[in-house]
Design a protein around this ligand. Sequence first.
Ligand code: SAM
Length: 307
Amino acid sequence: MEHSATDFAQTLGVAPGALPATCRGLIESADFTYEEPSPRRHDEIVLGIIKHVDSDAPTQVGQQRADVWERCWGENLENFVASEFQLEALVPKFIKPGQPARLDQRYILPRNPSFELAFFQVCRAFYYQKYLSGIRSAYEFGCGTGFNLVALGKQIPNLKLYGLDWSQSACKMVNLIGEKHKLDITGIRFDFFNADRGLKLDPHSAVMTLCALEQVGPRHAPFIDFLLEKRPEICINMEPIEDLYDEGNLADYLALRYHRKRGYLSGFLPRLKSLEIEGKIRILEVRRMFFGSLYHEGYSFVVWKPV
Ligand SMILES: C[S@@+](CC[C@H](N)C(=O)[O-])C[C@H]1O[C@@H](n2cnc3c(N)ncnc32)[C@H](O)[C@@H]1O
């Protein structure tokens, strides 16, 4: 089986002819074929997930993880320097190659070990094209290595890019990218839990989070309030959104259990919906990709703007 360009168009909610050229190029250059697991393999996958979720292995996200992230990005920074600043060294290790994935609420066995990364790159490129073409500055909060900003800078040149993270090493990496690759990109320290109201956003700016706000669990209010005050032109959040799962589906139910065990983002979409009712924001799009890693779907998009 294959997730074809037509399937991607459906996933992204457009007619196949309306897929941007960047997305078509990415789809053509990667292998999106996969196999359905046999009933026995399927049971092994499900059992493995249940055992993992029931074990002590999944760690809880939150404030206490600051040191863990600092260490993680410190190692990545060393690798980046050791690789002589190769952009490939910026792909984060939490996108694990060679694993079963989830597609359309079931498990699949991709042939391409980098299926997940390649799938995500198509979706990311689509949203960049759809919402960021008329923007002058883009801020990624919780940017990690900065690899999403590098992709954005290549896709839409002449943007001013900012990578924000609570990890000092992440900010260093972002500044090194700018220095070594002649990109207009700046690293700035920022903590979702104590959003710095002194930070000014450029006019015509976009704010993005990609698998980052997930880390705050239910404590998204300081960041949302910060955005309401700063009024960026557009906000794109690509995050695991628990409200989009269907508890009546096995793969979704297990994803929810994993999501809750880790303490991922909760109450975010309901808060945005109430802000929309209060007339404070406009939600432009909520889209589930029906795609994810072994444990959950981190690739749901919510696009909104303060009004
Ligand atoms: C899963 S990683 C995603 C990184 C990047 N967005 C990506 O797609 O590769 C989560 C990121 O959120 C950052 N983070 C976690 N909690 C944070 C907080 N309270 N304030 C700012 N950044 C935070 C971590 O340092 C890490 O870079």
